[in-house]
Design a protein. Structure first.
Length: 179
């Protein structure tokens, strides 16, 4: 007969004792183990240490992201202020139609509600379109325009504003004028 057999069927208590002795000898420990689920204390400590190491490595990135999270909202506010000032210039443009009037237009003082504290008037110059080749034109701008010169008549006024809060952020608008 093959297989392993503990004890005989005559004395069940003796069979139980032999079975327990067999389990104890097979496990090699001084007591029998019962099946328990869960984690040991060492496993929990190891996991906590690993989580702490990862958190410490990520802290500088998370910290800088939190401290700089307001910047997109601030930039949107600055861009809105810049657009608002340009809209005031556009609404005041309707009174002027000739290029000579636009060349002498004092935007900072003549535009109602224009606030130089929020924006800086970078450029205010007249431009004309020059033929580059048969199909293309280029925009040529000059700060000084001689209206008595018959060479080229200006056709547009270029106004360029820069935001005071964000240097480098600018907005350019071209106004049509009649020569």
């Amino acid at each position: 007969m093959s297989g392993f057999r503990i004890g005989n069927n005559k004395n069940p208590a003796e069979n139980d004792q032999r079975a327990m002795q067999y389990c104890w000898e097979r496990k090699g420990s001084g007591q029998m183990r019962s099946k328990q689920s869960g984690f040991t204390l060492i496993e929990l400590i190891v996991v906590l240490v690993l989580v702490a190491i990862v958190a410490a490595a990520m802290a500088p990135f998370i910290g800088s992201a939190l401290t700089r999270s307001h910047e997109p909202i601030d930039n949107l506010g600055h861009a809105t202020a810049l657009s608002s000032q340009m809209a005031k210039i556009v609404s005041a443009y309707d009174d002027r139609s000739s290029c000579e009037e636009l060349a002498n237009w004092d935007i900072e003082n003549d535009v109602p509600g224009f606030d130089p504290a929020h924006v800086t008037l970078l450029q205010q110059r007249l431009c004309y379109f020059a033929e580059e080749d048969d199909e293309n034109f280029i925009l040529v701008c000059s700060d000084e325009v001689d209206f008595d010169d018959d060479e080229e008549d200006p056709e547009v006024l270029q106004v360029r504003l820069e935001g005071s809060a964000n240097p480098g952020e600018s907005l350019t608008y071209y106004f049509y004028c009649e020569p």
